[in-house]
Ligand binder design. Structure first.
Ligand code: UDP
Ligand code: MG
Length: 311
């Protein structure tokens, strides 16, 4: 019987963890597979770690990895994948927004229909602020135009993968991780299952609008260099326009003499062009900073404690 690893990244999830475990347990009872539950404690400030330790005492299938501080969900997912030993691996949120009851169906697609991966996507964004949904949609439109790697709108990190696919993902050791892109980057045959958005059972979302915005930029910088190309093209375009202007101005001066005018428009042009320059310098900076962070080769996460460390 194949073993399924379930990775749950947790950051301040003391309220949802017991509910999650209960729900997950029901599903595990129904399925014949062997399981391991890997809880990754991403530097929680509440009792999350204590709750996980309790669970691991009464259930041998429960394992845990606890970070020395909050490293973010991407790092937590990576740690889970690193520590997992199952033949199939799935990633879930602790707040039951990724319904565990979909697991048997996901497994069926992999075992019977030869898929390497079954991903899930929300078809509704019910319960989410409309402005956030709007920006999310925009983001997917833009990034899919720019990047060769396809990003699926509404795709969650909740997915069941074969060991082979997990190993491919583990080969990508970049510091600035953007999993939504990495899943498509490694390829493999993926089946998408759709479900209606579920609101979290307890606790609060950890993603502010600003955090999501930064995450979106991360995705763009990590998976496309199109903004750099745009900068170069715009530069050329402005040069051509400037050249045309020079010809027009020289002709005008030769034909009609040189009345001193056009200063206000000149000021506007200078401000406009320097604005564009600063904007693109910012974009270069974004790429440079990511390269800088990448070149330091710092660890992506630091583990303080696992179920094996005696304490
Ligand atoms: N999470 C994490 N580290 C963080 C932020 C979030 O491990 O720094 C976990 C969190 O505990 C949850 C999952 O990532 O299990 C998704 O977070 P959340 O539900 O807050 O995001 P949302 O579903 O609102 O997008
Ligand atoms: Mg959630």
């Amino acid at each position: 019987m194949k073993k399924i690893s379930i990775i749950i990244s947790c950051y301040n999830e003391e309220e949802s963890l017991p509910l999650f475990y209960e729900e997950m347990n029901k599903i595990m009872k129904k399925m014949k597979n062997e399981f391991e539950l890997i809880f990754v404690n991403d530097g929680s400030k509440d009792n999350t770690l204590e709750i996980i330790k309790e669970l691991s005492k009464k259930d041998t299938r429960v394992r845990f990895v606890s970070f020395s501080r909050n490293f973010g969900k991407e790092a937590a997912m990576l740690a889970g994948l690193d520590y997992s030993i199952g033949d199939y691996v799935t990633l879930m949120d602790a707040d039951l927004q990724d319904p565990p009851k979909m697991l048997p169906e996901m497994l069926r697609y992999i075992e019977e229909e030869n898929y390497d991966c079954v991903g899930t996507r929300r078809v509704t964004r019910k319960g989410e602020p409309p402005i956030r949904s709007f920006f999310a949609r925009m983001f997917y439109k833009i990034i899919n135009k720019m990047s060769k790697v396809e990003m699926v709108d509404g795709a969650r990190d909740y997915r069941l993968m074969t060991r082979q696919m997990v190993n491919s993902i583990l080969e990508c050791r970049e510091y600035n991780r953007y999993s939504k892109g990495l899943w498509s980057f490694v390829g493999y045959k993926t089946k998408w299952l759709e479900f209606e958005n579920v609101e979290r059972v307890a606790g609060e979302t950890k993603w502010s609008f600003w955090k999501l915005f930064k995450y979106a930029i991360e995705g763009i910088v990590a998976f496309t260099t199109v903004p750099l190309t745009i900068a170069a093209f715009l530069g050329i375009l402005l040069c051509v326009i400037a050249f045309l202007f020079i010809i027009i101005i020289i002709s005008k001066t030769l034909i009609w003499g040189d009345p001193v005018d056009g200063w206000p428009s000149l000021a506007c042009i200078i401000i406009f062009v320097s604005g564009i320059q600063l904007f693109f310098m910012g974009i270069f900076g974004e790429y440079l900073s990511k390269t800088y962070l990448e070149s330091k080769k710092r660890p992506i996460y630091i583990v303080k404690e696992t179920e094996k460390t005696k304490k």
